[in-house]
Design a protein around this ligand. Structure first.
Ligand SMILES: Cc1ncc(COP(=O)(O)O)c(C=O)c1O
Length: 390
């Protein structure tokens, strides 16, 4: 059961994850598991006269099943998958042209920030970094602004952006509002129902959840946007392999179960370490001490396995702590069945400018934990023994 103070878990989610677009009757051998279609090309009845597919970059049967499931889970009409989360971001930025302006939330995944500041800028797309509240986004709007980009909760400081409030700013100014929903998945947060125009994912994280596929996805209800994104998906060629699509379809079958466990374990661990003598601060939106705990209850069905801890100490203490962990693996990424720990200032967020890191609080004693599906008491014991060594 979800905490009754949060939004309820979405009805029919597990059923859709298992059955949506996967009726065996649609395949000639009535496969219960959606077949992997590896063919790169498809026979045509006559020139330019084909059944459903012509070439696997433009459309692939396995990918199409996955796109439909992701759309259904995000309460969207349309979905599209890409070869990575950043591939999805690149394609979304393809909706803009030289001279357009984009407003991005300040505490964004380092790679997204690098894409905007170092790549999109070369093509004449200007980015303004904004504080996460709606008023700051509104203040940053210029005559050439076309898009607002938010991540919530943010990575790695787990601050929330009020999706409904920012969506109002976007609507009023006729802007496309993109929400990166990687940290929560549609099981815990459904941005399109709160007014976003595009939701995107690094499928690499919770949606796949098994740390063996790199992929991205988007979902939207806007027909014009999906037409343009599908054109870009084919034109830029940022498509995933059919085998990876199969892997993700398989992973989705357990998404709701996994998210429930990530959610329960992370809250247990966060509560255990809040107030610990070796810990300065624990950030988890499910803790009443989180400054936006009420907003978390208003716009989500709970939190995932992400916890941010400020340990007492400096960069050397952080290194010692991370190297001493035995069950948590010191590695980038998140959202898998295995627990991971990392130091964003030197790892995932090294590409964020030192000024911006300082501004949002990505200090050398900030540790990001991705709580996996191991027994939570083993994870607590592991963190305790590593903290005892600093
Ligand atoms: C929130 C978020 N968005 C986007 C990405 C990029 O996704 P990918 O690594 O699949 O390209 C990441 C990767 O860590 C992420 O954490």
């Amino acid at each position: 059961m979800s905490d009754s103070n949060y939004l309820p878990f979405p009805k029919g989610f597990a059923t859709a994850a298992i059955h949506e677009a996967q009726e065996p009757e649609q395949w000639s051998s009535m496969e219960v598991v959606a077949p992997i279609s590896l063919s790169t090309t498809f026979k045509q009845y006559g020139p330019a006269d084909f059944k459903n597919y012509e070439y696997s970059r433009s459309g692939n049967p396995t990918r199409e099943v996955l796109e439909k499931v992701i759309a259904a889970l995000e309460c969207a009409k349309y979905g599209a998958c890409f070869s990575s989360g950043l591939g999805a971001c690149t394609t979304i930025l393809g909706l803009l042209k030289a001279g357009d302006h984009l407003i991005c939330i300040n505490d964004v995944y380092g790679g997204t920030y690098r894409l905007m500041s170092k790549v999109a800028s070369k093509y004449g797309i200007e980015t303004t970094i904004s504080e996460r509240d709606a008023a700051s986004f509104e203040k940053a709007v210029k005559t050439n602004t076309k898009m607002i980009w938010a991540e919530t909760p943010t990575n790695p400081t787990l601050q929330l952006c009020d999706i409904e409030a920012v969506a109002k700013v976007a609507k009023k100014n006729n802007l496309i509002f993109v929400v990166d929903n990687t940290f929560l998945t549609p099981y815990l947060q459904r941005p399109l129902t709160l007014g976003a125009d595009i939701v995107m994912h690094s499928v690499t994280k919770y949606i796949n959840g098994h740390s063996d596929v790199v992929m991205g996805a988007i979902a939207t209800n806007d027909e014009k946007i999906i037409q343009e994104l599908r054109f870009l998906q084919n034109s830029l060629g940022i498509v995933p392999s059919p085998f990876d699509c199969y892997q993700v379809l398989r992973s989705l079958k357990t998404l709701s179960l996994r998210m429930k466990q990530h959610s329960q374990s992370s809250l247990l661990i966060a509560k255990h370490f809040e107030g610990h003598p070796k810990v300065e601060k624990v950030i988890h939106p499910g803790l009443p001490s989180h400054p936006q705990h009420d907003l978390a209850k208003k716009q989500t069905s709970g939190h995932s396995g992400m916890i941010t801890i400020y340990i007492k100490g400096n960069v050397e203490s952080s290194k010692k702590f991370l190297k001493s962990l035995k069950v948590f693996t010191l590695a980038e990424s998140l959202g898998g069945y295995e627990s991971l720990a990392e130091l964003p200032s030197l790892m995932t967020h090294a590409s964020v400018s030192p000024e911006l890191r300082e501004k949002v609080g990505i200090t050398d004693n900030l540790i990001r934990l991705s709580v996996g599906l191991e027994d939570p008491e083993d994870l607590i014991a592991d963190l305790e023994q590593a903290l005892a060594l600093i």
